[in-house]
Unconditional design. Structure first.
Length: 106
């Protein structure tokens, strides 16, 4: 008698787990190969985070990984992008004196 998955059962059975594991292995192998191509293009012999991130950026099939494996950027660039998306008025930013007063009140 086989188990029938129900809404109350989050497990899909051992066959589903095996197929998911195999699919994940293929995904990691392909991502590693694409990262290795980036590494070889830059004439290096060590696979690094930036190689994998470069592979994610170059291959549209991995667009879903953009948030998980982002390109590293300097903090100043990240802050500038954030301010460009969501500008903050200078008067909205609390001064050190205002922060001290708020801390003393608490």
């Amino acid at each position: 008698m086989s188990a029938i998955p129900t809404e109350s059962s989050p497990h899909g059975g051992p066959e589903a787990e095996n197929k998911s594991a195999a699919a994940l292995q293929l995904l990691v192998a392909d991502l590693t190969q694409r990262g290795a191509r980036v590494m070889f293009d830059e004439s290096r012999d060590t696979l690094d985070y930036k190689d994998v991130a470069g592979a994610v950026e170059e291959y549209t099939g991995y667009d879903f990984l953009d948030d998980v494996i982002p390109q590293k950027i300097p903090a100043a660039v990240a802050v500038a992008r954030m301010l460009k998306k969501n500008p903050v008025q200078q008067e909205e930013l609390p001064t050190k004196k205002q922060q001290q007063v708020e801390n003393e009140e608490q």
